[in-house]
Design a protein around this ligand. Structure first.
Ligand code: SF4
Ligand code: FES
Length: 359
């Protein structure tokens, strides 16, 4: 017998989803801006979510049977849809206001050292700050500092950047065969650490680098080697006896600078990869290269290779009942810069690209 689907409306767009679906997953089915940001939830990690509050949404009607609104904003990653539920995300001023507040809290102790951080360019907190951050901080106290912990030869911990999302703890618990790190202490003393100085060196532990939404856990073999927007990501595979062997290589010329798992459009790992693939197979000859990775055109990573840029799904006209957003000015009509066809360039644009021929 067919299961009855639930109808849910998010930001004026209605879809049918299976009972048990969370609001966040339903919104991701619609896609584009309608999907709330998520800093701690991770589809592949059981028990994740409910910690960071960036995914808050307003439930304007609880269900068809009880259409009363929910009094408080709810975490969409932990709230299941009901039949006839009406949800507001980007159409709610309350949500935007709350999200701005959450970002301000997340940044209270964050060092904002993006210029020297390896995660810059692919950091969820950086993206979130661009969209919801304030220009300055109201915080007057000293930011937290921590005693340095050495996690071994592969993984670098910068505790000051951590937002305590717990993803790395769940990953170590659920993906590796032994977890040796966790969150120690309480309140603002909480930190990611091993109880007795210990290396994280278990076969699949490198995946904590990929799930970390900020630059708190980074790859020591890639550290300070390059900025991610100067590298070219390609999808590649090898015959590995420990994992699927399906990876993303971050290359500069023929040099493999970094190996990571492949991520989907929500920035989540598709297949966990082993430490050997991640840290030890650093020659192009170790891999069968499938081709350039499709990169979101809005991402800074697409800077150097426009050809394979993927246009993100545009949901705004649907959210606004078919109306096109009104632009204050159309940069394409005004700026000469856009007379250059960027996708036809073989590499990154430079000032030379925009020099006028007749000057
Ligand atoms: S180190 Fe990264 S993944 Fe681990 S809790 Fe902190 S922010 Fe989350
Ligand atoms: S993603 Fe929902 S609370 Fe963090």
């Amino acid at each position: 017998m067919d299961q009855k689907l639930f109808k849910v409306t998010i930001d004026n767009i209605t879809i049918d989803v299976e009972p048990g679906t969370t609001i966040l997953q339903a919104a991701r089915k619609i896609g584009g801006d309608v999907a709330p940001p998520a800093m701690c939830y991770y589809t592949k990690l059981k028990g994740s979510g409910g910690k960071c509050r960036t995914c808050l949404v307003e439930v304007a009607a609880g269900s068809a049977a009880d259409p009363r609104p929910m009094p408080k904003l709810v975490a969409s990653c932990r709230t299941n849809v009901m039949d006839g539920m009406v949800v507001k995300n980007i159409t709610s001023d309350r949500v935007i206001d709350a999200r701005n507040g959450v970002v301000e809290f997340l940044l209270i102790n964050h060092p904002l050292d993006c210029p020297v951080c390896d995660q810059a360019g692919e950091c969820d907190l950086q993206d979130l700050s661009y969209n919801h951050g304030e220009e300055g901080t109201r915080y007057e106290f000293k930011r937290r500092t921590f005693k340095k912990h050495d996690l071994g030869p592969y993984i670098q911990l910068h505790m000051t950047r951590c937002i305590l999302c717990y993803r790395c703890v769940f990953t170590a618990d659920q993906v590796t065969n032994k977890r040796v790190h966790g969150v120690l202490d309480r309140g603002d003393h909480s930190e990611i650490a091993t109880y007795i100085e210990k290396s994280l060196d278990n076969d699949f532990i490198g995946n904590v680098i990929d799930v970390c939404p900020v630059g708190a856990l980074t790859d020591k073999t890639f550290r300070f080697k390059n900025r991610v927007w100067f590298t070219k990501p390609v999808d590649a595979h090898c015959n590995c006896d420990k994992c699927s062997g399906k990876v993303r290589l971050w290359m500069r010329g023929d040099e493999v600078l970094r190996v990571t798992a492949r991520k989907d459009e929500w920035g989540e790992v598709e297949d966990w990869i082993c430490n050997t693939c991640r840290f030890e197979r650093k020659n192009a000859s170790d891999w069968t290269i499938e081709g350039p990775t499709k990169v979101d055109r809005h991402s800074v990573i697409s800077q150097g290779h426009y050809v394979d840029g993927v246009k993100p799904k545009e949901t705004l006209p649907d959210v606004m009942g078919g109306r096109q957003p009104k632009l204050l000015m159309d940069i394409h009509d005004i700026s000469d810069v856009n007379t250059v066809e960027l996708s036809a360039l073989p590499g990154p644009a430079t000032s030379k690209t925009f020099e006028k021929k007749d000057q």
